[in-house]
Write a protein that binds this ligand. Structure first.
Ligand code: 5GP
Length: 315
């Protein structure tokens, strides 16, 4: 599969790279790193993201070159879609008639592109970009290493999530040797929250509910407005719920303008939340997934909790 990706890259010159809307650290870091890898291979490459780069990732190398747009324009010979299991999740127009390469590590990943390299065993898409670069003979600059390290650090929950293993640390070691500064990368992410995000956390925790092994919180549009918070301020709030002893599954509900709710699910490992998200048309990983469900809030909570209680355990 990696060989297919490299062969297709070798036959082309101009690439556009993208990922899912509301990009997280792995989406941004992998896309930025992959773009630099392609350039090091002598290719022309640009990154386009529907929502641009969230504030906490803006200090990453080349983040300022990312184009925020609703559509892909230009004579690119191929689009590389990273960390994303469909054209739809990019929320970009103009991909349909292009040659598509998918590089993804989601367990719910689907082969939607012309070339699909999906490896659910990779802890982050960044690990796959690392393998691609190494196979292509690209040397790891400090900038590539910083983007990949940040992606790895965020997608493994600072090397704490299920799936983190000796290979993760070996990869982190390689990236640090190549110039990534762990403290600097962590400072930019974990010690750089907006005041709005912390105020929103307060609102969310006021709505904390514990139901057996399930913990959940929600935030409404009004609360978001009151805190002056934006969508990206919600990232990671669910982890505070998961940090509670006895909670096996944590859920975060965010009210959307159309009486629907964005749902983030996290598991400590006993329950597979990817399958729960998939029953609502979403997806993700065993321990971190997301989906959207219909409101009102009470219905959304009831439906999601019902699926969790019925849900599959990890073997
Ligand atoms: P988050 O809760 O941070 O939005 O997402 C957690 C994980 O689930 C991420 O890996 C993300 O890509 C995936 N995910 C979130 N929402 C969706 C969705 O609607 N569809 C799919 N396929 N994956 C999702």
């Amino acid at each position: 599969m990696l060989e297919d990706v490299l062969r297709q890259i070798g036959q082309r010159e101009r690439f556009v790279l993208t990922s899912h809307a509301r990009p997280d650290g792995d989406a941004v870091g992998s896309a930025l790193a992959c773009c630099q890898v392609l350039r090091a291979m002598g290719k022309q490459a640009d990154v386009v993201l529907h929502d641009g780069v969230p504030r906490i990732y803006r200090s990453l190398p080349y983040a300022d070159e990312v184009v925020q747009s609703n559509r892909i324009l230009g004579s690119y010979e191929a689009a590389i879609i990273l960390e994303c299991d469909s054209i739809h999740r990019t929320r970009l127009e103009g991909l349909e008639n292009r040659f598509l390469i998918s590089i993804d590590h989601h367990s719910s990943g689907r082969p939607f592109a012309h070339v699909n390299w999906i490896d659910p065993h990779a802890v982050a898409t960044a690990e796959m970009v690392f393998r691609l670069a190494r196979e292509a003979g690209v040397s790891f600059s400090r900038e590539i290493a910083t983007c990949l390290y940040t992606a790895l650090m965020t997608d493994t929950g600072s090397f704490m999530f299920q799936g983190t293993n000796e290979n993760t640390f070996a990869l982190a070691r390689e990236l640090v040797l190549a110039g990534a500064d762990p403290a600097h990368c962590a400072r930019g992410i974990y010690f750089a929250h907006s005041v709005a995000k912390i105020r929103l956390l307060g609102e969310a925790l006021r709505n904390l509910n514990i139901d057996g092994h399930i913990g959940y919180v929600w935030v409404t549009q009004k609360q978001m407005e009151r805190c002056n918070a934006i969508e990206e301020d919600c990232e990671g709030l669910v982890n505070y719920v998961l940090s509670i002893g006895g909670v096996e599954v944590a859920v975060f509900f965010r009210e959307l303008p159309d009486n629907r709710f964005r749902v983030s699910l996290r598991s400590k490992g006993k329950l597979d939340v990817a399958q729960i998200a998939e029953t609502f048309g979403g997806g993700g990983h065993e321990c971190a997934s997301g989906c959207s469900v219909d409101g009102p809030l009470a219905d959304a909570v009831r439906e999601v909790l019902l699926q969790i209680r019925r849900g599959p355990s990890v073997q």
